[in-house]
Design a protein around this ligand. Sequence first.
Ligand SMILES: *Cc1c(COP(=O)(O)O)cnc(C)c1O
Length: 399
Amino acid sequence: MTINEIQQGTKAVWSGEEEYLVHGATQVPVVLSVAYGYHDMDEWYDVAIGKKKGHIYGRNTNPTVHAFEDKLKILEGAEAATSFSTGMAAISNTLATFLVPGDRIVSIKDTYGGTNKIFTEFLPRQQVNVTLCETGNHEEIEAEVKKGCKILYLETPTNPTVKITDIARMAKAGQAAGALVIVDNTFGTPINQNPIALGADLVIHSATKFLGGHADALGGVVCGSSELVEQIYHYREINGATMDPMAAYLILRGMKTLHLRVRQQCTNAKALAEYLETKEIVEGVYYPGLPTHPNHDIAKSQMKDFGGMLSFAVKGGVETVRELLPKLKLAHRAANLGAVETTVGPARTTSHVECTPEERAAMGIPEGLIRVSCGIEEIEDILADFEQAFEQTQATLKV
Ligand SMILES: *Cc1c(COP(=O)(O)O)cnc(C)c1O
């Protein structure tokens, strides 16, 4: 049995750790040391120039952080991985590694809010040409990629309306045009979706979300070929957005239960989506696992399960949201996602807070849209909680 023959969940528990289990420890130790000392000047030199394995200085590498990177590369079926202080650092450093003035990048309109800001605010300042296509419009993306671009950047499912893009089809288009195909797999998780196997060159995660799973550590990671990851690592080791060893430890610990959490989150999301569809006060439910989702078939073919994220729109818009959300007893009202607790928030306050109501409307985001990150609670309790919140809200608002 090799590491490639075992299941994803088993990999999440076991893979990538062995080399780091010193002194017979069964858990990866947290190495907080900033520097590493050498008696032998030749050995020090060899490690410093990368000829010999080892560590020199914490901004470059760290054993605890390495264990996290090794686990991720195995889970994503990649040759290599490098990590970052946050998911946004992973994204911005990766783009900065490859893009120079005059280059062109093609992406979609519905990327994560921070990513969208890079596309609309920061890349244009560097004279990088950005084209954002309608999310899920495969023909438009193909046509734009064909005109030539350095990078095709995708995210699927998206935030907050969980739109789906066909990774294999887009990877083919990207490669035909000689573009690097990058996929943000934060919502997919390596348990449900492996973009590299579908043809992507690089996969990015905000480790802050599902990977860590407990909303207590920030981190990011990029996986891909050694050749590409080496370049990204070099950019990061110099520019300094290094993952903290304590964060690496917490995320590694969280990842031991990744598959169990994700399995329960998917089950809960599907049940909640189906329940929400039956409610009079709910105008629309967005979940790739529902047959009514416009790209349900694509999601089904490229994902093992449909993920823990969903959103729904309520009648009465902001007024209803204001009444409904405070009445939920088993949900955090917060901006994060992917944690063990169910977390809810209006799209107008969380993912799309920087847009005007008109911009949100143009993006297909109603003011009454609520994003739900399903936790791992017993689903009966979540459904009962939503039911009592809806009942009270309807009694107050008479909607
Ligand atoms: C949260 C998130 C990010 C950014 O990650 P941080 O760790 O918060 O910097 C990027 N992409 C997606 C899809 C996210 O949900």
